[in-house]
Write a protein that binds this ligand. Structure first.
Ligand code: NAP
Length: 305
C-alpha cells in the first residue's frame, strides 16, 4: 500500500491536516473540485497555514478527480453533505482496503460514504480542533484541540494512524468512536440550533436553561434507545458546562447562518430526529426544534437539509 495521503477538500480542516502532514515529510496530494479551482490553486502556488499569527507556505501538489492513479489513503475534508457524492467520484481510484478518514461533523454522512465504497476501510473521526479560511488557500489554525479516530467495524488500529503522531496531529485511536460522535451530536443539538433561533452567543442560552434542560432530557432518552447509554451520561451537566465555558463564542451553526452558508443540520438535529423515528422514540421537543430551525433557514433562503 502506498502511504501517500490524498486530501479531498482543501478548506479549513483539509488544509490544516495537509500542511502538518506535508511538513512532517509525508507525501500529500490535494484533490480539488474542478480545473478552475486547480488553476486558482496553482496561481496561489500552494497553501498558507497561519499559526500564532505566523503564515507559512506549503507548495503541496494538487490534482482533480480526473487525474489517473490509485488512492490508498484518503482524508475526506469536505462538509457532510458533500462527502458521499465526492467520494463516489473517486470510487474507481480507491484500491481495495484503502483507508478513508472521514472528518465530517455529525452522523449519517459516514454511512452514506461507506455505502458508496464498500471495498475500502472507512475510519470515522471526531475533531475538536478549530480552523477557518481567511481567504482561498489560506487557513488560520484557530483552536488547539484533539482528534479521535476509530472504525466501528474493526477495533484494530489503522496503518495510517502512526502518520498523525509523526505530523504532530494530536490523536488517539478510539474503540468507541460512535459513542464519541453521538455525544458530540447531542451537545450540538442542545446548543447550536437554539443559538440560531435566539440569535445569541452560546452564553445567551443561560437565559433559556429550562428549554435547554428539556432538550437534554429528550436527547438522553434518545441516546439510550439508540444503544448509546454512555453518550447520555451527565449530558445535561456537560451541556451547561459547555455553555458557560464557551459563553463568548458563536456556535458553528450560528456562524454558518450568519455568513449565508449551508448548515450541516441534516447530519446533526436531522439525524437525531430520523434516529428517533426509526426507534419509535417520541421526541416532540426535538421535532419542534427541528421544524423551527428549518423554517428559520428557509426564511433566510438557506437549505433546510
Ligand atoms: P470548509 O472550510 O468549507 O472546507 C470544505 C472544502 O471541501 C472546501 O474547500 C470545498 O471546496 C471542498 N469540497 C466540497 N465539495 C468538494 C468536491 N466535490 N470536490 C473537492 N472539494 C470539495 O469546511 P471545514 O470547516 O473544513 O469542515 C469540514 C468538516 O469538518 C465539516 O463536517 C465540519 O463540520 C468539520 N469540522 C470542522 C471544524 C473547523 O474548525 N473548521 C472543526 C471540527 C469539525 P471549495 O474550496 O472549492 O469550495
Amino acid at each position: 500500500m502506498s502511504s501517500t495521503w490524498h486530501i479531498l477538500g482543501a478548506g479549513s480542516l483539509g488544509s490544516l491536516w495537509a500542511c502538518r502532514l506535508a511538513r512532517a515529510g509525508k507525501a500529500v496530494r490535494l484533490i480539488l473540485r474542478d480545473p478552475q479551482r486547480l488553476a486558482s490553486y496553482q496561481h496561489a502556488g500552494g497553501l498558507t497555514l497561519v499559526e500564532q499569527d505566523l503564515p507559512r507556505h506549503y507548495a503541496i501538489p494538487a490534482e482533480t478527480f480526473d487525474t489517473p492513479g490509485p488512492i490508498h489513503r484518503l482524508l475526506v475534508a469536505c462538509k457532510a453533505y458533500d462527502a458521499a457524492p465526492a467520494v463516489l467520484r473517486l470510487a474507481p481510484r480507491l484500491v481495495a482496503g484503502a483507508e478513508v478518514v472521514l472528518l465530517q461533523n455529525g452522523l449519517g454522512s459516514q454511512d452514506e460514504v461507506a455505502e458508496q465504497v464498500p471495498h475500502v476501510r472507512c475510519l470515522f473521526a471526531s475533531s475538536t480542533e478549530g480552523a477557518f479560511r481567511e481567504q482561498d488557500w489560506r487557513v488560520r489554525f484557530a483552536g488547539h484541540g484533539f482528534n479521535w479516530l476509530g472504525d466501528p467495524c474493526n477495533p484494530s488500529v489503522a496503518a495510517c494512524f502512526d502518520d498523525l503522531g509523526d505530523a504532530g496531529i494530536p490523536a488517539q485511536w478510539s474503540t468507541d468512536i460512535l459513542t464519541r460522535l453521538w455525544r458530540k451530536l447531542a451537545l450540538n443539538c442542545a446548543i447550536n440550533p437554539l443559538t440560531v433561533l435566539h440569535d445569541c452567543r452560546n452564553g445567551g442560552l443561560l437565559e433559556h436553561l429550562a428549554e435547554v434542560g428539556a432538550l437534554c432530557d429528550e436527547l438522553s432518552g434518545l441516546l439510550q434507545r439508540c444503544g448509546q447509554p454512555q453518550a447520555a451520561e451527565d449530558l445535561h451537566e456537560e451541556v451547561e458546562r459547555v455553555i458557560v465555558a464557551t459563553a463568548a463564542n458563536y456556535s458553528s451553526m450560528y456562524q454558518d447562518v450568519r455568513h449565508g452558508r449551508r448548515t450541516e443540520i441534516h447530519y446533526l438535529l436531522g439525524h437525531a430526529c430520523r434516529a428517533a423515528a426509526r426507534h419509535g422514540a417520541p421526541v416532540p421537543r426535538l421535532e419542534r426544534l427541528h421544524q423551527r430551525l428549518v423554517d428559520n433557514l428557509t426564511a433566510r433562503g438557506l437549505p433546510g437539509a
